[in-house]
Write a protein that binds this ligand. Structure first.
Ligand code: NAD
Length: 499
């Protein structure tokens, strides 16, 4: 068996090669059955840091078989014991925080601070999973004379999840704690662009005492994903990624009769009212738009400027101009994304947008990777692609509208409804706007309104397909089935029609 402790030695942004990222099946690291691999690039350096297994149906079948065998025992382990694994995982992730953060920074291109935040947010998800036994005890009630009804949340069986490139540690941990503490066995297919975060989580889970086979990681692309969705023994499936894929996989899994939840893309509107605090708004919008180089489904990508807010726009552009590429903002995931983002800026400019800040062609000394600098585009028309389509890069588009109602109408017309926010110093304006926004996660003077545990994460409209949210108690409900048990132990002399 290959080693299952593979420390990552990086302590800075300097390029470091890493071990091959095999699949993790039945507690063992194994290459894909076909031997196929794909290069994993360090986007800061545009250099291959390792290779990832590219799996097919045979690998998925092996992972499902291992999960099926493990599930038989794991489902019988009391929930309090299952949660202990996640208490230990939390300690191990804290022990290896710097190693994990450098790994995420190298495979994804985030700055160290952003990579560390990915890991810390993942740890918070683990902490929530560990706390589930205190939260999920079922109710019991005497519902009629001598008759009690109780509910328990039962595991579903072997379940699957697929995750995107932008949060290599956090997003897998949106799924694993609730599903595994819930008693299921899991097959995870992480993004082939950033496979190492999930590999480390799997190895740490093993070190934390999780029985082999309860969590399996199968790497690869579309064929691996489709094999997970189509496998007859995978009974529930969750996905986080782009809307096109989310919608297709939602339909595909549902056609198999599976329980399915798929989170998709976003175009998050930030409405700025004229009474908004200039400095707080500017700093917050900049952090939201350019954090993680805009590669966040909760990034603000569209400011809806209401009336005369020129001084706030100027302050936003001034703050954005001060961002130091490479130190304060990381790189773009790959060359194709740089080209896509640059094309979107070209197209907006050709359509009449005013480019207040231009990140095209940006370079960082000593790091010949994939870069786009912070970009601010003003005076877009709402129907222009940069105003209504997801760019997924460091591009902030601005549409000017005359009234708050026009701003609300614009947000409501978006096909996406992940996040939205309003900036104002008026409680009345905040309540009025927040109540009318059609988005699952709404901020008041908060540009990245990600609900922290125990609140759940999930959007509306084309940002999510399926019922419920992915994190919090909704996640636990998604990965479990409520069993309602009704019992009677004595003949009741005063029985009525309900007894
Ligand atoms: P993506 O959809 O390209 O890939 C996500 C996953 O799906 C990867 O594991 C990939 O291997 C797989 N995949 C890609 N194409 C596929 C296909 N045709 N069939 C089956 N599987 C396929 O997304 P990405 O580029 O990795 O991530 C960025 C996207 O994810 C953005 O649209 C972003 O908004 C979205 N996202 C959404 C949320 C959310 O919570 N709503 C969170 C993070 C990212």
């Amino acid at each position: 068996m290959p080693a299952t402790r593979l420390p990552f030695s990086a302590k800075s942004y300097d390029f470091v090669e890493y071990a091959s990222c095999h699949n993790f099946i039945g507690g063992e690291l194994r290459p894909a059955a076909s031997g196929e691999t794909l290069a994993v690039e360090n986007p800061r350096h545009a250099k291959v840091m390792g290779k990832v297994a590219m799996s097919g149906a045979a690998d998925v079948a092996a992972a499902v078989a291992s999960a099926t065998a493990a599930f038989a025992k794991w489902r019988t382990v009391p929930v309090k014991e299952r949660a202990q694994v996640f208490h230990r995982l939390k300690s191990l992730m804290e022990r290896d925080l710097a190693e994990l953060a450098w790994l995420v920074s190298h495979e994804n291109g985030k700055t160290y601070a952003e990579a560390e935040a990915d890991v810390l947010k993942g740890i918070e998800c683990v902490e929530f999973g560990a706390s589930l036994p205190s939260l999920v005890g079922g109710a019991k009630l005497e519902v009629s004379r001598g008759v009690t009804c109780e509910v328990s949340y039962e595991p579903l069986g072997v379940v699957g999840g697929v995750t995107p490139f932008n949060f290599p540690v956090m997003v897998p941990l949106w799924m694993l704690p609730q599903a595994v503490v819930g008693g299921n066995a899991f097959v995870l297919k992480p993004s082939e662009q950033v496979p190492y975060g999930a590999m480390k989580i799997a190895l740490l889970l093993r070190e934390a005492g999780l029985p082999d086979g309860v969590v399996n990681v199968v790497n690869g692309g579309r064929p691996a994903v489709e094999a997970v969705v189509d496998h007859k023994d995978v009974v529930a499936f969750a996905f986080v990624g782009s809307t096109t894929v989310a919608k297709a996989l939602y339909a595909r899994a549902a056609a198999h009769g599976k329980r399915v939840l798929c989170l998709g893309s976003a175009k998050n509107h930030l409405i700025i009212a004229p009474d908004a605090d200039v400095e707080m708004t500017a700093q917050n919008v900049v952090a939201s738009s350019f954090g993680c180089a805009g590669q966040r489904c909760m990034a603000s990508s569209l400011v809806v400027a209401v009336g005369d807010v020129d001084r706030i726009i100027e302050a936003i552009a001034a703050h954005a101009r001060r961002i130091q590429l490479g130190a304060g903002m990381g790189s773009i995931i790959n060359e194709a994304s740089v080209l896509r983002i640059s094309r979107a800026i070209d197209q907006a400019e050709a359509g009449g947008a005013k480019v207040l800040l231009d990140g095209r062609g940006a370079k960082v000394a000593g790091a010949p990777g994939y870069w786009v600098g912070p970009t601010v585009l003003d005076h877009l028309r709402p129907e222009m692609p940069a105003a209504c389509e997801e760019i997924f890069g460091p591009v902030l588009s601005i549409v000017r509208v005359p009234t708050l109602e026009a701003a609300i109408t614009l947000q409501n017309s978006s096909r996406y409804g992940n996040g939205a926010a309003v900036y104002t110093s008026s409680g009345a304006v905040a309540r009025h706007v927040a109540a009318k926004l059609t988005a699952g996660m709404v901020g008041i003077n908060v540009g990245v309104p990600v609900p922290r545990e125990p609140f759940s994460f999930g959007g509306w409209k084309d940002s999510k397909f399926g019922h419920g949210d992915i994190t919090g108690l909704d996640g636990f409900r998604f990965w479990t089935a409520p069993r309602k048990l009704t019992s009677k132990w004595e003949l009741q002399p005063d029985a009525n029609w309900m007894s």
